[in-house]
Design a binder for this molecule. Structure first.
Ligand code: ADP
Ligand code: ZN
Ligand code: MG
Length: 467
């Protein structure tokens, strides 16, 4: 009966070296108030200079999201007072943002209204009776992505947020560390009768700082508004704050109390010019995006949908796979190792993959030539995470190479056949699973190092012929 209309305003902290308008470092976790200067502290007479990298990153994101890039955009002052904002205004973009009118092909399609460049505010640290301010974050470059209200459910919003995060990571323009506040969003929700075109009054939920929080806040808000509408009551235009611990939103202010930011063009900064030549240069160095990678993994490497998507969404994994395939490794085998033991070990150890695609290629080669078993590959990987030693060396030193020497194996097979008359006759009577038991016995005889594939073949041949 009812459907939700959801629009997101997503703030992304950019992974530049320096702040948006001065040369202070953006490093997270520095001693409070050490990465500051007269510009980001808003001292009188200090003049901002726009970070060129931030502009480049904005253009890259705009291109990735199908936006039109404005050849000339303009910064503006957004005036308000708050202790974390030393200048008394935030430099943002208002009437002429750098990227406009994008589109993401997802669900029913999600239109991007704009992407603009602005600066972050400082951070208030609330103690018992006092509040401290850390201005290190003041002036860190942000991109704000504003969507049209085109998402229809919390799941769709979550999928869009994942899409944004994967795009940012593909582009390498933000660390996307949620716990460090690199990605935050404001959620706008309204509810209407299904089939209506007009949008109803909405609520804005401020400062949601995790994707799961966004999902919960949207679900909560849809429920709250639907209940109001069912009772015949009106939803009022409000700004609310999400409390993820209490799992509820709290009224911050009503429409009448809304700020008038008195935007005006920033007089200390010239318009941002992105000419044809620069645009071309940026287009040429755009890295491959995660969904383009997934497509290539399916087409060129023959991976399945799930494998391709999962590996493409992880930069390290994708690089590992590409590097291994460059050395002629079997892509399917490598994908299986990456999604299996390698992912498991990365999670367990909380580290990145400590070896190169070259080592993965070597390991998959051992597997492909049946010189090691899958179980042995798992053990070898574990040791590779510990020592960084090459797989063939580890396999040899730990006796994990499969015995493929037929002369040695045939002796084992004959011995097992002699000692297990019952299973042999079962097999001959048609109980085909007796073969598995015999293979297992042979493996035990070889201390696990026999090549089960060869043993299997030998057993079958002998048992079929012998009468
Ligand atoms: P404001 O100027 O008040 O910030 P905008 O028009 O810029 O409002 O919209 C801010 C966000 O709110 C956008 O993401 C937009 O899609 C969303 N939005 C606007 N109107 C509605 C609505 N009626 N229902 C849901 N979302 C809305
Ligand atoms: Zn500074
Ligand atoms: Mg707005």
């Amino acid at each position: 009966m009812y459907e939700a209309c959801i629009g997101l305003e997503i703030h992304v902290e950019l992974d530049t070296k320096t702040k948006a308008f001065c040369s202070c470092s953006v490093a997270f976790g520095s001693e409070p108030n050490t990465n500051v200067c007269p510009v980001c502290m808003g001292l009188p007479g200090a003049l901002p200079v726009l970070n060129k990298k931030a502009v480049e990153y904005a253009v890259m994101l705009g291109l990735a999201m199908g936006c039109k890039i404005n050849p000339r955009s303009q910064h503006a002052r957004k005036n308000y007072f708050y202790p974390d904002l030393p200048k008394g205004y935030q430099i943002s973009q208002d009437a002429v943002p750098i990227c406009v009118k994008g589109f993401v092909d997802m669900g029913g399609g999600i239109r991007i209204n704009r992407i603009h460049i602005e600066e972050d505010a400082g951070k208030l640290v609330h103690g018992g009776v006092e509040t401290l301010i850390d201005y290190n974050r003041a002036g860190v470059p942000l991109l704000e992505i504003v969507t049209e209200p085109d998402m229809r459910s919390a799941e769709e919003a979550k999928a869009f947020l994942d899409y944004i995060k994967n795009t940012l990571l593909s582009l390498g323009i933000s660390k996307c560390r949620m716990q460090e506040g690199n990605l935050r969003c404001d959620v706008n929700v309204s509810v209407r009768k299904k089939g209506e075109d007009r949008l109803n009054e909405r609520c804005e939920i401020k400062n949601v700082n995790s994707f799961s929080g966004a999902v919960r806040s949207i679900e909560y808000e849809i429920k709250r508004q639907t209940e109001l509408l069912c009772k015949g009551e009106a939803v009022l235009r409000e700004t609310r704050k999400w409390d993820d611990e209490k799992r509820q939103s709290i009224l911050l202010r009503k429409k009448e109390e809304e700020n008038d930011y008195r935007y005006f063009p920033e007089p200390d900064l010239p318009p941002v010019e992105v000419d044809e030549a620069w645009l071309k240069e940026i287009k040429e160095k755009m890295p491959e995006l995660f969904y383009e990678k997934a497509l290539r993994f399916r087409k060129d490497y023959g991976l399945g949908d799930y494998e391709a998507k999962t590996i493409a969404e992880n930069k390290d994994a994708a690089e590992l796979l590409d590097d291994a395939v460059k050395e002629d490794a079997d892509a399917g085998l490598c994908a299986k190792l990456i999604l299996g033991d390698i992912s498991r070990l990365v999670n367990e150890k909380g580290t990145r993959v400590p070896f190169s695609g070259h080592s993965l290629a070597e390991l998959s080669g051992l597997l492909k030539r049946k010189e090691i078993s899958y179980t042995a590959a798992g053990k070898i990987l574990e040791l590779m995470f510990e020592s960084g030693e090459e797989p063939s060396v580890i396999a040899r030193e730990n006796n994990l190479l499969q015995q493929s020497d037929e002369d040695a194996l045939i002796k084992v097979v004959m011995k097992v056949i002699e000692e297990n008359e019952k299973s042999v006759s079962d097999y001959k009577k048609g109980k085909k699973n007796a073969l598995g038991f015999l293979v297992g016995r042979c493996m035990r005889e070889t201390g696990g190092s026999g090549n089960p594939h060869i043993i299997n073949e030998m057993l079958t041949k002998i048992l079929e012929v012998e009468e």
